[in-house]
Design a protein around this ligand. Structure first.
Ligand code: AMP
Ligand code: MG
Length: 493
């Protein structure tokens, strides 16, 4: 087993001191390794075996700071449920540094749950095991679905207790991200009227995430357009798999277009457009169907921050920013249409695909159909064989969906060389399983209450193959029974 060498190449730590606070993670009692994400470790040129060694666990727990790390907590602000908080920041997370991965991309290595920082605001800087496992499971699954996301490199337990409503085991997640820049990072400097910092941040973000646009005459305008496109594509992908993020505050909206913050998130079982899981989202602000509107609202906050950089003349800056933001609904509809076209095996224009998808979603909601299974069973329905029944069953009785089915079948027939090809496309576009909420909760309970991680590892192994057919009544494929259903999740901070 070789020495554990992180090839750090830090850029954020070279920004002016007011962007962050340098801070060393607080040591924990007894690091215990739960899991290493081996493919991710390899892509970062980190040997998974060495990372999983005792020394590795010491590093992942924050007890030992590796050579080349320049640990710091990032400053940011944010709108939380619409209310502005001028100072948030990494209250329980510490950025160790950055590594250039084997694809040439710069990646943040971030310890979540690593102890208090000047941004902790009364919090303990720690993370309970449950939410850490949730983030590991769901972020890994999103990555398997090719949905942009921060990733999870490792989970270690701390051997310490975390005090919430209950006493819970503590853990630390190593989060890997193309960056941890958020809309809230821009808001932090905008509210302080720190134009110089905003300019530095804008150039930093562009060089890191949109290098193809370096040299554009109006970088702030370009950045706004680029973030809008990335985030629009991201939220369209979420919605194509029935994902409810649950806490789309501006501090949880990345500049890179990666999903971040797996607090109260969940995948929908029985489809309803206004589904909410978060225990604190009483008004349904972040309900499934509201996600595009919320994103547009968040992007408007970014636009607001960038105004003085877009044009010194406020009138002109506002009209440029307005024009960009006003294009969002159209861009999003196209992204969503493209995602649902894939799910329906269609190659027609996105607007037409979206129309027929929305008709299906309406029927699904009227008849309490399961989101994942309904789309998955389209692959059976397409050949019109005896298994069509599986699709129809989702709607109670065949008559409920027969008109839609006929219309869809005629489109699929028209747009594909053969129905066998269509079936293949459908199977590749619609996962057979998702990280259903009740499965995630079951894993968390076993780990929290009994220190039993076998269910966690089992679920991870199942989720590793989202598109592989499962027997119908497989625990991992079927929806929860009413008794198993978990309708509320807690963000676990
Ligand atoms: P989140 O709900 O994870 O998006 O976090 C919102 C803000 O609360 C961020 O500034 C976090 O750093 C901070 N925060 C969340 N949990 C804790 C904690 N246990 N200790 C300190 N700060 C926290
Ligand atoms: Mg957050």
């Amino acid at each position: 087993m070789g020495k554990l060498q992180f090839e750090f190449d830090n850029s954020y730590a070279k920004l002016p001191e007011r962007f962050y606070t340098r801070i060393i993670p607080t040591k924990v009692k007894k690091p215990g390794l739960v899991i290493i994400n081996e493919p991710l470790a390899n892509s970062l040129a980190l040997n998974p075996d060495t990372l999983g060694s005792e020394m590795g666990a010491e590093i992942l727990a924050g007890n030992h700071v590796p050579d080349g790390a320049e640990p710091l907590a990032m400053a940011y602000a944010g709108h939380q449920f619409g209310g502005f908080v001028p100072q948030l920041g990494d209250g329980r997370a510490i950025l160790l540094g950055e590594i250039i991965d084997c694809y040439g991309a710069r990646q943040d290595i971030h310890l979540k749950g690593a102890g208090r920082t000047p941004y902790s605001r009364g919090g303990d800087g720690r993370a309970p095991l449950g939410p850490v496992l949730r983030e590991y499971i769901v972020s890994s699954f999103m990555d398997l679905l090719s949905i942009p996301t921060t990733r999870s490199l490792a989970v270690v337990t701390t051997g310490e207790e975390v005090f919430r409503e209950n006493v819970l085991p503590g853990a630390i997640l190593t989060r890997v991200a193309e960056s941890h820049l958020r809309i809230g990072t821009f808001e932090y400097f905008a509210v302080r009227r720190d134009l110089e910092a905003l300019k530095i941040l804008t150039m930093f973000a562009i060089e890191r995430h949109f290098p193809g646009t370096v040299g554009d005459s109006n970088p702030a305008k370009t950045l706004l357009e680029c973030v809008l496109k990335r985030q629009s594509a991201l939220v369209a992908k979420w919605m194509s798999v029935g994902f409810v993020h649950g806490v789309m505050n501006t501090d949880n909206t990345t500049i890179s277009g990666e999903t971040i913050d797996y607090g109260p998130c969940a995948f929908i079982d029985t489809y309803q457009s206004d589904k909410v899981f978060s225990s604190i989202d009483h008004a349904g602000r972040y309900a499934f169907k509201n996600q595009p509107d919320v994103l547009q609202w968040n992007l408007t906050q970014l636009a607001q921050c960038l105004l003085p950089l877009i044009d010194e003349r406020t009138d002109s800056a506002v009209s440029i920013a307005r024009e960009i933001i006003s294009r969002f609904p159209e861009i999003f509809a196209e992204d969503l249409g493209r995602e649902f076209a894939k799910k329906l095996g269609l190659s027609c224009d996105p607007a037409a695909a979206l129309r027929i998808a929305l008709e299906l979603l309406k029927l699904m909601s009227d008849h309490s159909a399961d989101f994942t299974l309904t789309f998955r069973y389209l692959a059976d329905a397409v050949l019109g064989d005896e298994t069509t029944g599986l699709f129809e069953q989702q709607f109670g009785q065949p008559a409920a969906v027969s008109e839609w089915l006929t219309k869809w079948l005629s489109l699929v027939t028209l747009e594909n060389d053969s129905l066998v090809t269509a079936k293949k496309k459908l199977l590749a576009a619609n996962p057979a399983i998702v990280a259903r909420n009740h499965l995630v909760e079951e894993v968390i309970r076993a780990a929290e209450e009994n220190g039993d991680f076998s269910r966690f590892h089992h679920l991870m192994a199942e989720l590793a193959e989202p598109f592989t057919e499962r027997p119908d009544q497989s625990k991992y494929a079927r929806p929860p029974s009413p008794a198993e259903e978990v309708t509320m999740t807690f963000c676990g901070t």
